[in-house]
Design a protein around this ligand. Structure first.
Ligand code: GTP
Length: 294
């Protein structure tokens, strides 16, 4: 099952940086040496067994943008499942950028009227922390207006923190079929394990695929923080000896968390506030459930 994903935005907005961090194991500082993308770079990412993300990273220099909208219009905008449009918050050409965006929405309306649109307000690390919500809310309102009739979703992102994972987890969730069924099965598994929460991560990217929360948790950003931390850990441990971690366990006096390689495409995390819970019982439950989820 192949899904076409367009990654667009002005030159230097950060498209290739994002793609390289999520799908090609770059760390943020590696992106400083990326050159400009010439025309369109295609990549096929195998995601969860039979799902393939066909990512079109569209170089954002003006001549390329104009070609996409004119001579290549049909080729670029046909059969699109998701458009991801990046706005560089630092750009001094926001008005021009918005004009391009509106033309792209028009092209999408003509060729892929059922596409989903995600707008990422990017490089948010360059905005003072106390200003971020205000700046974001203003851009979001403007973009929603400019995107009619599409019902878009906006995220604030930076390659320097976990916001990148929150946005991309939402994007891949929009592409995975039967994600609700998966969540239901996970909920059942969570109650069998007597867990507070169970989360499923894709094995290579560490994006969140599904979760089940039995006991409400306070930190709404916990999933993306964990994605970010574990991905960094995974990258540094594989650099050391080419090793893939099989499982890890974290305990303190208020919770116990277990993360384990699960199916061929996923890792699972189980969190419990019962600190007396035995690791062996969790491992056994995971082993028994593995085949069912595979
Ligand atoms: P084209 O290929 O020309 O369309 O550009 P692009 O959108 O692919 O930009 P690219 O990913 O090459 O990134 C341009 C520069 O922005 C690089 O130096 C990145 O390190 C930097 N960059 C990307 N994301 C961020 C971010 O979140 N914050 C900051 N501060 N810099 C970023």
């Amino acid at each position: 099952m192949k899904k076409k994903v367009l990654l667009m935005g002005k030159s230097n907005a950060g498209k290739t940086s994002m793609r390289s961090i999520i799908f090609a194991n770059y760390v943020a500082r590696d992106t400083m040496r990326l050159g400009a993308t010439i025309d369109v770079e295609h990549s096929h990412v195998k995601f969860l067994g039979n799902l393939v993300l066909n990512i079109w990273d569209c170089g954002g220099q003006d001549t390329f943008m104009e070609n996409y909208l004119q001579s290549q219009r049909d080729h670029i905008f046909r059969n699109v499942e998701v458009l991801i449009y990046l706005f560089d918050i630092e750009s001094r050409e926001y008005v021009k950028d918005l004009q391009y965006y509106k033309s792209i929405v028009e092209a999408l309306k003509e060729h892929s009227e059922n596409a989903q649109i995600f707008c990422l307000i990017h490089k948010m690390d360059l905005v003072a922390e106390e200003q971020r919500e205000i700046v974001f809310a203003q851009k979001e309102a403007e973009l929603k207006k400019a995107s009619q009739p599409f019902n878009i979703r906006c995220y604030k992102t930076s390659i320097w923190d976990e916001t990148l994972y929150a946005a991309w987890s939402a994007i891949v969730n929009a592409l995975i079929p039967n994600v609700n069924t998966l969540a239901r099965h996970l909920e059942h598994f969570a109650s069998v394990c007597d867990a507070d929460e169970v989360v499923l991560f894709e094995r290579a990217t560490f994006l969140v695929i599904a979760s089940a929360t039995i006991k409400q948790q306070q930190d709404v950003h916990r999933f993306e923080k964990i994605s970010n931390i574990i991905k960094q850990f995974k990258l540094s441990s594989s650099k050391l000896q080419g090793a893939q971690f099989a499982s890890l366990e974290v305990r303190n006096n208020s919770f116990a968390a277990f993360m384990e390689a699960f199916t061929s495409n996923t890792y699972i995390m189980i969190v419990s506030s019962d600190v007396s819970i035995q690791s062996a019982s969790i491992h056994m439950n995971v082993s028994v459930a593995r085949q069912h989820f595979e």
